[in-house]
Design a binder for this molecule. Sequence first.
Ligand code: SAH
Ligand code: SF4
Length: 371
Amino acid sequence: MCWTTNISSRERGGAIAADSGRDGIPAVDAGGMTFSGLGEWLGGLGLPPWRTGQIFGWIHRRLSGGFLDMSDLPSALRSSLSDAAYIWSPEPALRADSPDGASKFVFPLRDGLSVESVLLPVPGRITACLSSQVGCRVGCAFCMTGRTGFRRNLSAGEIAGQFNALRRLSGGRVTNVVYMGMGEPLLNVQAVLDSLTIITDPRGAGIGTRHVTVSTVGVPEGMAKLAAHPGQAGLAVSLHSAVQATRDRLIPAARRWGLREVRKAAIGYSSAKNRPVTFEFCLLDGINDSPDEARALGDFTRGVWCKINLIPCNDVEGTGFSRPPERRMKAFLDILTEMGREATVRKSLGSSAGGACGQLGASLGSEAPRE
Ligand code: SAH
Ligand code: SF4
């Protein structure tokens, strides 16, 4: 309730809304190129390989919003690069600060849509929460993004650009990244993997892959692709029920991905990365908080190297869902603990007004009609 908002002029770098590729405006986002992709692109323009590190460093270390700022490049090169490509480097159109320290930002995209991202400070670290899509196709019943509908996938540059913008806004203090904003990352796998490659590249921001977590509703094919990707990014699987009928009701698209398949993909992930997966379980009063549901979750996770995060549902207007009473959540947790599972109840930051898990997209509602 106490968020303070501030609308900025947003006239910075490549953030000005424009149709890409028309009217002489470059269509290529250099900020969305991996190091090798940038090298190929620059090579195609006739530049020597050593320019790649210099330009990649400008974009992802020095957080430059445009080629014209790159003061150690010859000025003719700066202008020709600037004619050939842009760097999506947005200023927030809206900022909302929560009393618990979380800050939500709305960034304008070049096509007039917007995307939301969040900075979550906790002692010892600052986490950037990134969106992977504008809206979401999955349509979870308790999630604002799901209710908002789906507009489009974000490009790698729009994902890495959120990260760079949040780094700038935090004074360069981001230590961790979670793909837990708007959208289902594993339904936009290639852009997500490219953005992961970019943000973890030591020649750029160099965030350690172990400090990155991708959250998925449980898309087995995407989980396998992420498992095969280099590095050790963490995986969070939003399960919400280990009873197929309950899960189908909460996550309409989950009918395509049976629990057995999701479990197999989670086991494959933890063995490929040599680290546990996290199961996220949003507790909804009277829906998935019964002792039977807790036991089903305990059974489902038997033999899976995992941690379980129980998250009391955040309020989303109009869904009719609410969080269970404390004693019911405790009873749920106790059953899992007795079954030998590593489980905790976690509350997400920013829940008082629109920046917590499941609450993103409210400010975009009128722009993103359901598909
Ligand atoms: N699509 C991905 C990532 C984005 S959602 C996924 O579903 O995992 C990020 C997290 O917010 C997920 O764990 C999701 O289950 C959770 N979430 C959605 N709505 C919520 C709500 N109302 N209260 C608490 N968590 C919620
Ligand atoms: Fe999409 Fe995740 Fe929200 Fe479900 S919880 S609608 S998958 S963003």
